[in-house]
Write a new protein. Sequence first.
Length: 240
Amino acid sequence: MAGKVLFEHSGKKYYVKDTSQDYHTQYGFFKAADLKKKPGTVIQTNTGVKATIGNPFFADIYRKIQRGAQIVPLKDLGVVIAKTGMGKDSIVVDAGSGSGACAIFFAHVAKKVATYEIREDFYKIVKKNIEEMGMKNCAIKLKDVKLGIDEKNVDIVFYDLPDPWLALEPARKVLKVGGFLVSYSPTVPQVMDFVRALDGFTILETIEIMERQWEVADRKVRPLSQQIGHSGFLTFARKL
C-alpha cells in the first residue's frame, strides 16, 4: 500500500499518503527526502520532534478514507464479521453504501462484496474510496437495493438503511439457506419494525456494542472522560 506511517515518539501516529512533499504537523514538518527512507528509520521535524518510519497497514489507510455519510464504527463491524463467520469464501452484499466504509472493511476479509447506493453523490465517494484502497473484489452499484439484488447464492447481506424492512424480499431471494441478514439501525422503532417484518427468517438476536477506552499513564489508570456511547443496534437473522 502506498505512503508511509510515522510513529511519533510521544505516541501520535500519522499516515502520509504523498511522500513527494514535506509533511506538516503541529510540531513542525518532516522533509520529503526523509519520508522516502526505509521503514525503521528515525527521522525528525525541523523542530526536533522524532518519529519512526513504518509501512502502512490496511487499518492505517482505512481510517483516512473520504467521509460522505456517517460510517458504522469498527466496534460494530468487527462483531458482524465475528458473528457471521465472514471469511475468504464469503459473498457479501452491503446496502446503503454511504462512504463505502462497511463494504471496504468487509472486502478486506471476504471473497467478494457488492455494495448498493441510491445517491449519486455518495456513489462517487464510494467509488473513489474503493479505487484508492485498491479493493479489486469490491463493486459499487448505483441502484436501489429494494428493486432487487443482482448477486446470487449470497452468504451475508448487511443493511445500513433507514427502512430495512422494505428490502427483506430482495435479501431473501439471493441468500443461501442459513445465510445471514444483518441490519444496523440507530433507533429502537427501526429495530422493532425490522424484526416485526422478518418473514422467512429466524431471528437470532439484537445487540448493542459499547466501547470503553481507558487512559493508562504509569499508575494513573482510569476510563477516558469522553466515551463512545450508542452508535446503533445490530439485528442478526438467518434465512430459513
